[in-house]
Structure formats: structure tokens, C-alpha cells
Design a binder for this molecule. Structure first.
Ligand SMILES: *[C@@H]1O[C@H](CO)[C@@H](O)[C@H](O)[C@H]1NC(C)=O
Ligand SMILES: *[C@@H]1O[C@H](CO)[C@@H](O)[C@H](O)[C@H]1NC(C)=O
Ligand SMILES: *[C@@H]1O[C@H](CO)[C@@H](O)[C@H](O)[C@H]1NC(C)=O
Ligand SMILES: *[C@@H]1O[C@H](CO)[C@@H](O)[C@H](O)[C@H]1NC(C)=O
Length: 344
């Protein structure tokens, strides 16, 4: 019997997304929708005339005649706006903020080739472009725009905020410093020698692509759960590869999601988001992380290097990925009062 291409496709899909039950505890609700909030797809240009895709969220019955504070929201590294960012944007919109979630350049519905490329400068620029967008909405008060970055976007938002004082308040959740991660690994688990090998491999891959070879992908989340998978790999797998958080944007495939390209990943090696983080003061910063998170070091480091006013808020018994979608663990009330108090 000849297998039709479509049947083969479905079989392949079944292999990468096992039906195994995901952990939905503590109100995991990544795709939450609010009856009170309108969502509108938007797009806008960066300073380099590339298109960023996003969603705009606002209270349905809000009078359009008063200007309101706004918050832009960035998704975890390797994710897209449908993962975690829309959830946070919706919850903040319920509280009366106008919010925007964005796909960072090269990811999701935002422009950029090759897909899944890394460019920390363009990622940060997308946050400033979101401020441009919000600032041209008649319902938004230009003096009251804040930002929220989840995981890698925490570091991209800090990078943007250093150059963009129009971002008046900065919050992060489960922050990953993608620069430090790429140079040293988690908890300095990567040696200088290993870094040199990675850099050499990326440079070699650049020759391959120059000569017409295929784009290669790296890191990200395991496509198959192996018996030897680490606790961190399992934590990400439960979100990105199961119904709990899986999302494949148009034009991508389930196998490619979360994986940056190998030849561009090393752009992060030159990314030092916390250098000069103190210059963001006196704009307030709030760092939120789970006290069980494998990524604790990044929030601790940012907090210690930032100047006042700053706050480090530990969510007890929460891990890194828990703050992507577990609505009973994410301190939405804390975020609301932070932005209400600082966007005045
Ligand atoms: C599910 O996730 C929660 C939150 O991280 C954790 O406390 C719990 O142990 C997990 N349950 C299982 C069965 O892994
Ligand atoms: C909003 O402003 C317009 C004119 O600027 C006015 O016609 C309209 O009645 C106002 N709506 C509300 C709800 O105040
Ligand atoms: C939705 O709006 C209603 C009416 O204002 C309010 O009572 C309710 O608490 C809101 N729900 C959420 C989840 O914000
Ligand atoms: C884990 O197991 C897979 C096969 O299931 C193997 O390909 C991979 O190299 C192993 N990884 C490590 C770190 O041992």
C-alpha cells in the first residue's frame, strides 16, 4: 500500500508530539481568552523598515476618549507571541492597560530570513518599534508606556530600555540572560573551551550555507523526550511539545519550533544586556522569578547590577516554565500594581 503524503505527514506529527499527559497544575492556561478583552492582530515597522507582527489587547467597553497606560509584552526565547506573551497581555488588559504582544524578528509572524535567526539588536529594536506603534494610538498616553519581558525577552527588553527612555517601567518574568547563557551555560556549566568549539562550529556552518548547504538548527527544546533527558529539558518539553503550550506558527513546522539557527546563535555571545543596566534608573524595574527556577541566577544578577528603584520578587515553589502559563503562580496582581504605580 502506498502511503499518501498527508497520512505520512500526520504520522510524523504523532511521533514528535506524544499524547502523554502534560502537567496542567496551578491553573496552566497558556491560551486563555478573556470575555472582557478584545484582541486585534497588528503589524508595524521597525526603524530598519522590517515588519513586526503582534496583537493589540484592550478592554472591550473602554471609552476611546480617555488615554490609558500601555504595556508591551515579549515572549520567551524560542517561543512566539501565542506562548506566554498573549496570556500576560490579556491579564494586564483585563486590568485596564492597553497591551501589545509581539513576535520578535525572524520568529512567528514577524519578518526576517532565515527564519529562527538570532539578532539581539533587532530583537531589542522590535520593543522600541512597539513603543512607536503604541505611541501613535490615540488611546495611549505616550508618557505611560511600560514593558514586560518573559524569559529571553527580559534581556531583550532591558537592552531596549537602556537606549529607550520612552519605556517608563520594566518588568521581567523568569528572565534568561541570553548573552550569559550562550557564553557560560546555566550556572557556568560551559567551559571557555566549549564556547570556542561552539563558535567554530557556527562559523563552519556559515561556510556550508554560503556554499548552498541547508540551514542548521540548534538548542531549543527536545523534539523527542529521551530517557536521559535532563530535568530542565523535561521542564521545557512539557510546555513546548505538549498541548499545554505547543504552538506552530504559519510557515513553520512542529520540528522547527524553538530551535534557533546554528550559524546565528553565536550572535548572543556579544550580547551583554546587564552592562549599563544601572543607567535605566530612575525608571523602576521589577524582576519576577520562581524560587525553584533553574534560571534564578539571571534575575539575581540583573537585580544586583540595577540601580534603584528595583525589586526582586520570588514566587515561592515556582520553577522557570511555571511562570509561562500557570495562572495560579504568576503574580498578575503584583505586575498590575507595579505598572499602576509606575505609569502615572
Ligand atoms: C506539576 O507541576 C507543578 C508545578 O511546577 C509541580 O509542583 C508538580 O510536582 C508537578 N507534578 C508532576 C506530577 O510532575
Ligand atoms: C468622544 O469624543 C467625541 C468627539 O471628540 C464625541 O462625539 C463622543 O461623544 C465622545 N464619546 C464619549 C463616550 O465620551
Ligand atoms: C469582566 O468584567 C466584569 C464587569 O466589569 C467584571 O465584573 C469581571 O470581574 C471582569 N472579569 C475579569 C476576569 O476581569
Ligand atoms: C541521550 O539518548 C539519545 C538516544 O535516546 C542519544 O542520541 C543522546 O546522545 C543521549 N544524550 C546524552 C547526553 O547522553
Amino acid at each position: 500500500m502506498i502511503m499518501k503524503p498527508m497520512v505520512a505527514g500526520i504520522a510524523a506529527l504523532g511521533m514528535v508530539m506524544p499524547a502523554a499527559a502534560q502537567n496542567m497544575s496551578y491553573g496552566a492556561d497558556n491560551f486563555y481568552r478573556s470575555n472582557n478583552v478584545s484582541i486585534q492582530p497588528i503589524s508595524f515597522q521597525t526603524q530598519y523598515q522590517t515588519t513586526v507582527a503582534g496583537n493589540l489587547f484592550y478592554l472591550k467597553d473602554e471609552s476611546q476618549n480617555t488615554t490609558r497606560p500601555a504595556v508591551l509584552v515579549g515572549h520567551p526565547m524560542g517561543a512566539v507571541k501565542e506562548q506566554s506573551a498573549n496570556l500576560y497581555a490579556t491579564k494586564l488588559a483585563e486590568q485596564g492597560f492597553i497591551t501589545v504582544s509581539i513576535d520578535i524578528p525572524f520568529w512567528g509572524a514577524s519578518e526576517g530570513d532565515p527564519r529562527n535567526s538570532v539578532s539581539p539588536d533587532l530583537y531589542a529594536e522590535a520593543f522600541s518599534a512597539a513603543v512607536d506603534y503604541l505611541g501613535t494610538q490615540s488611546s495611549v498616553d505616550r508618557e505611560r508606556i511600560g514593558g514586560l519581558g518573559i524569559c529571553g525577552s527580559g534581556s531583550f527588553l532591558i537592552s531596549a530600555a537602556k537606549l529607550d527612555p520612552r519605556i517608563k517601567a520594566i518588568a521581567t518574568a523568569s528572565m534568561y540572560d541570553m548573552g550569559s547563557l550562550s557564553r557560560q551555560g546555566l550556572q557556568h556549566s560551559q567551559s571557555a573551551y566549549q564556547l570556542k568549539e561552539l563558535v567554530a562550529e557556527a562559523a563552519q556552518q556559515r561556510w556550508i550555507e554560503l556554499d548552498g548547504g541547508e540551514v542548521e538548527y540548534t538548542s531549543g527544546t527536545l523534539n523527542h523526550l529521551t530517557a536521559n533527558a535532563s530535568a530542565v529539558e523535561r521542564e521545557f518539553f512539557d510546555y513546548y511539545r505538549r498541548k499545554r503550550g505547543e504552538f506552530t506558527p504559519v510557515g513553520s513546522t512542529p520540528q522547527l519550533t524553538t530551535h534557533p539557527t546554528l550559524s546565528t546563535f553565536t550572535k548572543f555571545v556579544n550580547f551583554y544586556p546587564f552592562n549599563g543596566i544601572n543607567t535605566i534608573s530612575p525608571r523602576p524595574m521589577l524582576f519576577i522569578a520562581g524560587d525553584q527556577a533553574h534560571s534564578r541566577e539571571f534575575s539575581e544578577n540583573a537585580y544586583s547590577r540595577a540601580a534603584e528603584p528595583k525589586k526582586l520578587f520570588w514566587v515561592s515553589n515556582a520553577g522557570h516554565v511555571d511562570l509561562y502559563d500557570r495562572t495560579e503562580l504568576i503574580p498578575f496582581q503584583k505586575l498590575t500594581s507595579f505598572f499602576q504605580g509606575s505609569l502615572v
